[in-house]
Design a protein around this ligand. Structure first.
Ligand code: ADP
Ligand code: ADP
Ligand code: ZN
Length: 214
């Protein structure tokens, strides 16, 4: 199963991608997690990416497309993968198509999680993220068992710098301008499926599994 998650920042892409990855036993590849790991390790890529991320802007395409193409060539992606946060622009989608063609394969579904803008800011201010393993929680909708501690790895949970309200509004604006055209892109390829992202977390997973099948 080769999947892409689409949706605004905070739509629930990461939350669902982790669950779907576990159900289908495929790797979850989050470009946001890759950048945050690089920022933590103070790599060149991390330093460059941080400048854009802190402003709520997209990291330039040339800094992300090769990383994903290389990742998809690794052995664990042989039978499938779920991409979360990539592609985010039409040029990224085109470069992904090229990479997949060269591997003689293609995407099965692009799963669009649909959430209205007015729900997003509320979600982001309550999001807490584990920098160690990438898990995300919500203080009301999906709280960890112990406050500020990750259930999966006991790492510390933080409010991301880019989840402050003004940055979230900027990210939403960028999403509508640069990322939402991908909905049409995948619709034209007949791979788009849309799920209602305002439902609760488990119901959304069920809807996705129903679409994907066993
Ligand atoms: P969210 O989960 O809220 O959508 P991500 O963790 O996916 O956010 O991404 C955080 C930030 O990392 C983005 O706002 C952007 O600056 C950068 N980023 C992640 N993936 C990409 C990508 N494919 N292209 C450009 N920038 C990206
Ligand atoms: P994305 O990866 O699209 O940016 P996340 O999966 O990180 O989004 O979810 C954003 C925030 O909203 C997190 O705090 C998460 O726990 C919460 N969340 C995710 N799905 C739902 C949902 N269906 N209902 C309510 N809150 C949700
Ligand atoms: Zn963790």
């Amino acid at each position: 199963m080769r999947l892409i998650m689409l949706g605004a920042p905070g739509a629930g892409k990461g939350t669902q991608a982790k669950k779907i990855a576990a159900i289908y036993n495929i790797p979850h590849i989050s470009t946001g997690d890759i950048f945050r790991a690089n920022i933590k390790d103070k790599t060149d890529l991390g330093l460059k990416a941080k400048e854009y991320m802190d402003k709520g802007l997209l990291v330039p395409d040339e800094l992300v497309v090769d990383i994903v193409a290389d990742r998809l060539k690794q052995e664990d992606c042989k039978d499938g993968f779920i991409l979360d946060g990539f592609p985010r622009t039409i040029p990224q989608a085109e470069s992904l198509d090229k990479a997949l063609i060269s591997m003689d394969t293609k995407i099965n579904y692009a799963i669009n999680i649909d959430v209205p803008d007015e729900n997003i800011v509320r979600r982001m201010s309550g999001r807490r993220a584990c920098l160690k393993c990438g898990a995300t929680y919500h203080i009301n909708y999906n709280p960890p068992q112990v406050k500020d501690i990750c259930d999966s790895c006991t790492g510390e949970l933080i409010l991301r710098d880019d989840d402050k309200e003004e940055t979230v509004l900027k990210r939403l604006d960028i999403y509508h301008k640069q990322t939402s055209p991908l909905i049409n892109y995948y619709e034209e390829k007949n791979t788009l499926v849309t799920v209602d992202g305002t439902k609760n977390i488990d119901d959304i997973t069920k809807s996705i599994v129903e679409i994907l099948g066993a």
